[in-house]
Design a protein around this ligand. Structure first.
Ligand code: PHE
Length: 402
């Protein structure tokens, strides 16, 4: 049966002619020809496959084709490509359902069921394929990552705390337990704090032993000891309150590097200011620190010395822990080892830093940290602390730190 409709769109011979043709198996073919100014310029045809054998055939055709392609899916990429080919915006199944709007009402249900059927098949198959691939990929990954626990383990190289840092921490905690604060001071220092306020005016001969690196003229320098922190802390205290502080840190001097000297080294400074403080308090404090560092049987002694900022000044010695005082290379056969400079704070310094020497007294000390570490851990070359050669540092890795 052929039904022909003709619509005239505009008076000047523009028209659309629609021919409808219904076949025996309910296949409707619609041809549409468009005319413009008396000329045919387009021929379009739309094929509706509605119900009946033809529709099933069309669906089956898509299903069969899908079965074939889907059986070849072995990886995610192909799977995703095929998902787009069938279920994407312009996918084969999606195109089928787009036809729904043109399907006559009485056939919509049947058409819908058929399209849904094919959509369900495609979706389910792709989902289970996806699961299959994921499981396969996971198994492959797991089998590759299998750990053979019978293999010998690769040893993990474990670092050790820096030995100087260990000594610093150890001394900090000791002094903190005695009520001292831990203070930090600047490494780039002013001449004022490093020398002047410590009773080392310009031209003072004791400056020679503390020659350092100057950054700007003769005012700014790398501190040659941690003692400037004494001046800073006293000025901060404004002569009003007692002081107990230790200050560890880097110091610098214009020394040629050798086994016992370095242009950069570390000190820990100590300062105690209070009323009625004497040299005996310094002796007691030093004795506690020495025993803490080198063992209970360590004996201490003071030797007279000179520092412009302490009066009297002493060199503090410990009995040689190696030979117990008999004499050996470590103590250069003297039985004693010097580990710090110390003394009673010079009244001039107290005055310059705002503390009334009639009321306040104090003591100060400065340990050379490398020296303590070298003695404590049997290191015989100071340069070893500043080398980056791990083999050099290895002997200092102590078991107790791991
Ligand atoms: N600052 C002195 C030095 O570096 C050590 C010291 C500190 C001496 C405190 C006395 C008091 O040599």
């Amino acid at each position: 049966m052929v039904i022909t409709y003709e619509f005239t769109l505009e008076p000047d011979n523009n028209k659309v002619i629609t021919y409808s043709y219904v076949t025996r198996d309910k296949c409707i073919v619609i041809y549409e020809s468009r005319w413009y100014h008396g000329k045919k310029f387009a021929l379009e045809f739309i094929v509706f496959l509605l119900g009946g054998i033809k529709m099933i055939e069309k669906v089956n055709e898509i299903k069969k084709e899908f079965e074939k392609t889907s059986s070849m899916i072995t990886d995610m990429k192909t799977l995703n490509d095929i998902r787009i080919e069938y279920l994407g915006k312009q996918g084969k199944v999606t195109e089928l359902s787009k036809l729904m709007k043109d399907v006559p009402n009485e056939d919509k249900k049947e058409f819908g069921m058929l399209v849904n059927d094919v959509r369900t098949i495609v979706t389910n198959t792709l989902d289970s394929k996806k699961e299959e691939i994921e499981t396969k990929e996971l198994n492959e990954k797991l089998s590759k990552e299998k750990i053979d626990i019978t293999l010998p383990a690769t040893s993990v190289k474990c670092g050790a705390p820096n030995i100087l840092e260990k000594v610093v921490e150890d001394m900090e905690s000791l002094f903190m337990s005695m009520g001292y604060d831990v203070i930090e001071g600047p490494e780039i220092e002013e001449d004022l704090y490093n020398f002047e306020l410590l009773n080392l005016p310009k031209g003072h001969p004791a400056r020679d032993s503390q020659d350092t690196f100057y950054l700007e003229g003769d005012k700014i320098l790398l501190r040659s000891h941690t003692s400037p922190v004494q001046a800073r802390v006293m000025l901060e205290g404004k002569g009003q309150k007692p002081i107990r502080m230790v200050c560890p840190g880097k110091t610098y001097r214009r020394d040629d590097d050798d086994a016992t000297h370095s242009h950069q080294f570390m000190q820990i400074e100590g300062l105690l200011i209070d009323e009625n403080v004497t040299l005996a308090d310094l002796k007691g404090t030093f004795d506690v620190a020495a025993k803490h560092l080198f063992g209970e049987d360590c004996v201490t002694r003071f030797r007279p010395s000179y520092y412009p900022f302490t009066e009297p000044s002493v060199e503090t010695d410990i009995s040689c822990f190696s030979c117990k005082g008999k004499g050996c290379p470590i103590c250069k056969n003297t039985g004693w080892i010097t580990i710090s400079g110390a003394g009673v704070v010079n009244p001039k310094v107290l005055q310059m830093c705002g503390y009334d020497p009639k009321k306040w007294h104090g003591f100060a000390f400065g340990f050379g940290l490398e020296r303590v570490a070298m003695l404590k851990y049997g290191i015989n070359d100071l340069r070893a602390f500043y080398l980056t050669d791990l083999r050099q540092n290895k002997p200092f890795d102590r078991k107790e730190d791991k």
